[in-house]
Write a protein that binds this ligand. Structure first.
Ligand code: PEP
Length: 262
């Protein structure tokens, strides 16, 4: 689609939360909604630290059919309740066309995961609704393929789209994925869509989350989505890439300083 170079789309989620505006917007929360207590504790603390959006999977795309698949509707309800209590918005994944309506009832942002970036039926379906969409990069997707996937959403009339760089497959097994930070400035010149970065999925290693978050802000990310858990070593899923609440609290002012400096 045509756009004016240098002009970024602003996605207004209400309550003063704007993606693609002047502030780097922080999304934080557990990989998966596991328990009411843990979710509410995390929501309270990340909100107090300055996060604006609560993340959490209720429907989980799992590589193994034997791993935990999420709480489903109950998880969506918990996310909404925790977010409302602490003045946050909700981002959560939708995996199936038949679930779009249900997830949109509870979420402020519909997450399309890496595995579904080229699920054109799903993209068309989220294009029909008016809830904002965060389109994650397919793990082997080129920038052009990713931007064309976004066009499927826009073609349906939903232009409230943000992109999320979450790492790509390379030959390097030390990190779960290779976070492609060059994609951020590249997308900022190729597209008007806001760009979010996921350093948790992007590295798979919690000790790399803070440095890659800082690097992402330095190269122009509009927001970050970070996995935060009260006790990552006991998380049901993705504990290895989840940071503690305390680490998140320490990171926030450091990111603020970088954002102010650029
Ligand atoms: C997630 O954010 O929970 C997730 C599964 O992400 P991705 O689609 O990037 O793997």
């Amino acid at each position: 689609k045509e756009y004016n170079k240098g002009e970024k789309s602003r996605i207004d989620l209400g309550g003063g939360v704007i993606i693609g505006g002047d502030e780097v917007v922080m999304m934080a929360g557990p990989c998966t909604v596991e328990s009411e207590e843990g979710l509410f504790k995390t929501a309270e603390r990340v909100a107090a630290a300055g996060a604006k959006i609560l993340r959490g999977g209720a429907y989980k795309p799992c590589t193994s059919p034997y791993s935990y698949q999420g709480m489903g509707t109950d998880g969506l309800k918990l996310l909404r309740a925790a977010a409302d209590k602490y003045g946050l918005k909700v981002v959560t994944e939708v995996m199936h066309v038949r679930k779009v309506e249900e997830v949109a009832e509870y979420a402020d942002i519909l997450q399309i995961g890496t595995r579904n970036m080229q699920n054109y039926d799903l993209l068309t379906e989220v294009g029909r609704c008016r809830t904002a969409v965060m389109l994650k990069r397919g793990m082997t997707a080129k920038l052009e393929e990713w931007l064309l996937a976004a066009e499927y959403i826009a073609a349906g009339g939903n232009e409230r789209i943000m992109l999320c760089e979450r790492g790509i497959r390379t030959f390097e097994p030390y990190t779960r994925n290779t976070l492609d930070l060059s994609a951020i400035p590249a997308l900022n010149s190729l597209s008007h869509l806001p760009v979010i970065v996921d350093p948790s999925q992007g590295t798979g290693r919690r000790e790399l989350v803070a440095p890659m978050s800082k690097a992402a802000v330095a190269v122009g990310a509009d927001g970050l989505i970070i996995e935060v858990h009260p006790n990552p070593d006991h998380a049901i899923k993705d504990g290895a890439q989840s940071i503690t609440i305390e680490t998140f609290e320490k990171l926030m002012p450091e990111l603020g300083a970088i954002a102010n400096a650029i």
